[in-house]
Write a protein that binds this ligand. Structure first.
Ligand SMILES: CC(C)(COP(=O)(O)OP(=O)(O)OC[C@H]1O[C@@H](n2cnc3c(N)ncnc32)[C@H](O)[C@@H]1OP(=O)(O)O)[C@@H](O)C(=O)NCCC(=O)NCCS
Length: 330
């Protein structure tokens, strides 16, 4: 791809959406107890930092969550809807096998300009992947702007008889509008994958002849994921910083993928950043996979912590295994 030297991508606006049903640890523990599954608010908070999560209503699909987040980001960007040339949705819980959630979203938004739309599947690293792809397409001159979304209904993959996974995840969506600029916004990104770890976090099912083959539930080896996550997150964060020509102390805000407060604190410490510079939403949202980073970004933009000009480091890790980071000047 030829990269035009004077075109960069910048964040023009952010938005997010959480579905209406807030489920506290206590409420979840009571629901699980009815099925003979034992857990507690104390265990979940101590091991993960999660206090609550949001679950989509039965009639809400991932594209519905994405729709509201997208509308809020478009309004914040002040961009004409019909001018959106590219939609990328990062999700592992698409509405359908096909068409892509991005195409369904384009229709729900009412965009009729024939712009491009596709999904990116990199599980919890999905937003970092989608952002890097959108940045590349804008910098190449192929598109002047992009709507980049992380949206998930992970509650649909949860086995509520498996206490090691069902307490961790939630639903939601976060979005950014990127636009071409002569000033750098996305300063650097780094993406990686190692498929040999596919089995430690997966939903190993597919559809064949109208029947689900394998398992349609999320499976995870929590301790193995924990170890891998801590290791790769520090490395990829340092890699993205080096590409941006920056050191960690030049970062105003760290937005890690919101999976587990212990993993997040570990990375923050390793980077030598004070914990006050880390945006934390895991307690209130749980792990919303590809949605977690743009959700946290939007929360911090709207509450006034993240301001124009601030330098933000995002980093994610997830199934695949995949991991990625980006340095953004807001
Ligand atoms: C899942 C995770 C919280 C488990 O914490 P942990 O400290 O590793 O705990 P372990 O898996 O070793 O389990 C410890 C005990 O708690 C029990 N336990 C597991 N889930 C429980 C729950 N929800 N409630 C109560 N007890 C639970 C286990 O059965 C085990 O009991 P045992 O010692 O009697 O066998 C942790 O491994 C983790 O966060 N991993 C990363 C997950 C993640 O971030 N995934 C997404 C990446 S994108």
């Amino acid at each position: 791809m030829m990269v035009h030297p004077t075109i960069y991508s910048r964040v023009l606006g952010t938005g997010s959406y959480l579905p209406p049903t807030r489920v506290t640890n206590q409420a979840l523990a009571e629901r699980l107890a009815q099925q003979g599954v034992e857990t507690s608010d104390e265990w979940i908070v101590a091991r993960t930092g999660i206090r609550a999560r949001y679950f989509a209503s039965p009639e809400q699909a991932t594209s519905d969550l994405a729709l509201v987040a997208a509308q809020r980001a478009i309004a914040a960007a002040g961009i004409d809807l019909q001018a959106i040339e590219l939609i990328i949705v990062a999700t592992s819980t698409p509405d359908f096998v096909f068409p892509s959630t991005a195409c369904l979203l384009q229709d729900k938004l009412g965009i009729r300009n024939g712009g491009a739309a596709f999904d990116v599947q990199a599980v919890c690293s999905g937003f970092a992947y989608a952002l890097a792809v959108a940045d590349g397409l804008i910098r190449s001159g192929a598109h002047r702007n992009a709507l980049v979304i992380g949206a998930e209904t992970f509650s649909r993959l949860l086995d509520f008889k498996d206490r090691t996974t069902c307490v961790l995840f939630g639903d939601g969506a976060g979005a950014v509008v990127l636009g071409a600029s002569d000033q750098p916004g996305l300063l650097a990104s780094a993406l990686h994958a190692d498929g040999s770890h596919a089995h430690i976090l997966c939903t190993p099912g597919n559809i064949n002849g109208g029947v689900i083959q394998g398992s349609a539930f999320l499976h995870m080896d929590g301790p193995a994921v924990f170890k891998l996550a801590v290791n790769v997150l520090e490395k990829v964060a340092l890699e993205a910083l080096a590409k941006a020509g920056m050191s960690a102390d030049q970062i105003d805000w760290l937005i890690p993928h919101q999976a587990n407060i212990r993993i997040m604190q570990g990375t923050c410490r390793k980077l030598g950043l004070p914990s006050e510079r880390m945006i934390v939403t895991v307690g209130e949202h749980g792990n919303t996979s590809a949605a977690s980073i743009p959700l946290a970004l939007d929360v911090a933009v709207r509450d006034g912590r993240i301001k124009p000009g601030d330098r933000v480091l995002i980093e994610g890790v997830g199934g695949g295994f995949t991991w990625g980071a980006a340095v953004i000047r807001m």
